[in-house]
Design a protein around this ligand. Structure first.
Ligand code: IPE
Ligand code: MG
Length: 238
C-alpha cells in the first residue's frame, strides 16, 4: 500500500528554507473578498508556518514579506500591507520570543514607515540572543538592491579589489552570517524567483506549488521537505 506523503519520514532536512508566499490576492478574489483580506489570511498563515517550521530541526527560515517591486502596487494596498505587518509583529512578538526564535530583518529599512521600522528594530533587539530558529523577514527587500548596497559598502569601507572574494562579498550582503538557502518554496503557481535572494539561491533546490499561500499547510510543507530530501545535490560536481 502506498504510504501517504504527509506521513512519510524525512531523512535529510534543509538547514535554510526560504519562502515566496504568493497567491494572497487570488485567494481573496476567488471568495469575492478584498486583496487586503487575502493578505490578512496570508499573514495568519505565516504565523502558522513559523510554528510548523519550528517543529523541525531547521535553523533558518526566510520569508519574502514585501519586495522592492511591491511599491508599484496601489497606494492603499501598500499602506494596508504595512499596517498589517505592524499589527502582526506587535501581536506575535512575545510568543515568538518565548519560542526562542530570533528575528532578523533583511532589506532596506529606511524607506519603510517609521513605526514599522521601530517595530522591526525592537523585535530584532528583543530576540537577538534566541537560538532555536532564525526568522529572517525580507521586507522592502530586493536581490539586486542588496547586491548594489553591498558593492557600495565595500567601496565606502575602502576594501581593495584583490581582497574581494565570494566570502567577503557575502559578508556585505544583508544576509551576512547566514548560510545559503537550501530549499526555496514558492506558492501560487508561479515559477520565478522575483528578485529574491539572488546570490543566496545559486545552488538551492526549488519547490513550486499551485497551492495559494493562505491555503499552504503543514502537509504541503511536509511534501516540499520530502521532495527536497529525495534530491541529489551535486553543487556542480558529479
Ligand atoms: C503575495 O500575494 C503577497 C505579497 C506580495 C505581499 P499576491 O498579492 O502577489 O497575490 P496574487 O499573486 O495577486 O494572487
Ligand atoms: Mg503575486
Amino acid at each position: 500500500m502506498a504510504v501517504k506523503a504527509s506521513t512519510r519520514k524525512i531523512d535529510r532536512l534543509p538547514n535554510h528554507v526560504a519562502i515566496v508566499p504568493d497567491g494572497n490576492g487570488r485567494w481573496a478574489e476567488r471568495r469575492g473578498w478584498s486583496r487586503l483580506q487575502g493578505h490578512r489570511a496570508g499573514a495568519e498563515n505565516m504565523h502558522r508556518m513559523i510554528q510548523y517550521l519550528n517543529e523541525y530541526p531547521i535553523k533558518y527560515l526566510t520569508l519574502y514579506s514585501f519586495s522592492s517591486e511591491n511599491w508599484g502596487r496601489p497606494e492603499s494596498e501598500v499602506s494596508g500591507l504595512f499596517e498589517l505587518l505592524l499589527e502582526v509583529i506587535n501581536s506575535y512578538l512575545q510568543e515568538i520570543h518565548e519560542k526562542n526564535i530570533k528575528i532578523r530583518h533583511i532589506g532596506r529599512l529606511e524607506s519603510l514607515p517609521e513605526e514599522l521600522q521601530e517595530a522591526i528594530t525592537r523585535a530584532a533587539m528583543l530576540t537577538e540572543n534566541n537560538t532555536q530558529l532564525t526568522l529572517n523577514i525580507a521586507l522592502n527587500y530586493g536581490g539586486r538592491p542588496e547586491i548594489v548596497d553591498a558593492a557600495r559598502r565595500l567601496v565606502t569601507d575602502g576594501i581593495k579589489p584583490e581582497d574581494i572574494t565570494e566570502e567577503t562579498f557575502s559578508n556585505y550582503l544583508y544576509t551576512a552570517g547566514l548560510p545559503d538557502v537550501d530549499l526555496l518554496i514558492r506558492t501560487g503557481d508561479e515559477t520565478r524567483l522575483s528578485n529574491f535572494l539572488l546570490w543566496q539561491t545559486a545552488y538551492s533546490e526549488y519547490h513550486f506549488t499551485k497551492v495559494l499561500w493562505p491555503d499552504f499547510r503543514k502537509k504541503d510543507l511536509h511534501r516540499a521537505l520530502l521532495s527536497y530530501s529525495q534530491r541529489k545535490r551535486r553543487f556542480g560536481g558529479l
